[in-house]
Design a protein around this ligand. Sequence first.
Ligand SMILES: NCc1[nH]cc(CCC(=O)O)c1CC(=O)O
Length: 329
Amino acid sequence: MVIASRESRLAMWQAEHVRDRLTLLYPQCDVKIVGMTTRGDQILDRTLSKVGGKGLFVKELEVAMAEGRADLAVHCLKDMPMELPEGFAMAAVMEREDARDAFVSNDYASLDELPDGAVVGTSSLRRQALIAARYPQLVIKPLRGNLDTRLAKLDRGEYAAIILAAAGLKRLGLAARIRALLSPETSLPAPGQGTLAIEIPERDDGLDLVALLAPLHHGHSALVSIAERKVSQVFGGSCQIPLASYATIDGDQMHLRAMVATPDGKRMISAEAHGPAAEAEALGLQVAEQLRVQDAEGILAACLSEAAQADDDARSAELAASAAGKPAA
Ligand SMILES: NCc1[nH]cc(CCC(=O)O)c1CC(=O)O
């Protein structure tokens, strides 16, 4: 069995995690990992939402699976497109890690402690909007790169604090860097945050990978991800829009909360619903409908035109820089 993985430390940890679970389940099976670099790993100078979004990190892995060089790929569910390309399926959704955002800083213990004008690093439009709405006195600057790069930028003093997913830090043994976990009330998580999913190609050799991977599937985590991702899907499933969607299950009841905002956090709408967990998709649609009647589409249109404007600005800067004979910053 071959697992295709990106080469970042986090992606490798995730692939190794699945390899170890499979090896325990099927000691007779030889599980290997093949590492590969994706377009998303190569483009580090621009905000992710502006260079093509979620598909960027999975394409090369899918090509490897389609060509028979790999049997499965492990992804952060948060980075997976809402609809998988023809010929691929989600074989398992694993048990969710901590879904919360984490506050990381060398000098401050929480967002509340940051002085006016302090620079906070994040490239997630969702985190940017949520922080800007609650802490208008803070300055939010883009932050990209893998986890180690982001932490190094913080340590060099480029930011007073940065916001990252708690799950990634915990997986890499970096939980000690977390100064505060942001409650869903402060920073409602992204759809699927903290959850790993396994993607497989359709195959015609009769091997039932879904059945083989079933012990890695976690029913509750799958149900909350269906509800969360439905909300995102209704609004286009893009990461160019600040959208949060977070569900929890208590007994057989699900609680789903969602939020849509403009990147500056000046317009923000929320919705929530309770219902049977088994009706996850319907709950997602219900919350999406509540957002729609509050003009979610109007807010999203404003986001997309802002993103297009930023793209134009970036292109103009690139053109001006190349005319001046130097690479764009
Ligand atoms: N967009 C990048 C990404 N995709 C998944 C995670 C974290 C791990 C997870 O949510 O499972 C991260 C890093 C971050 O948001 O800080």
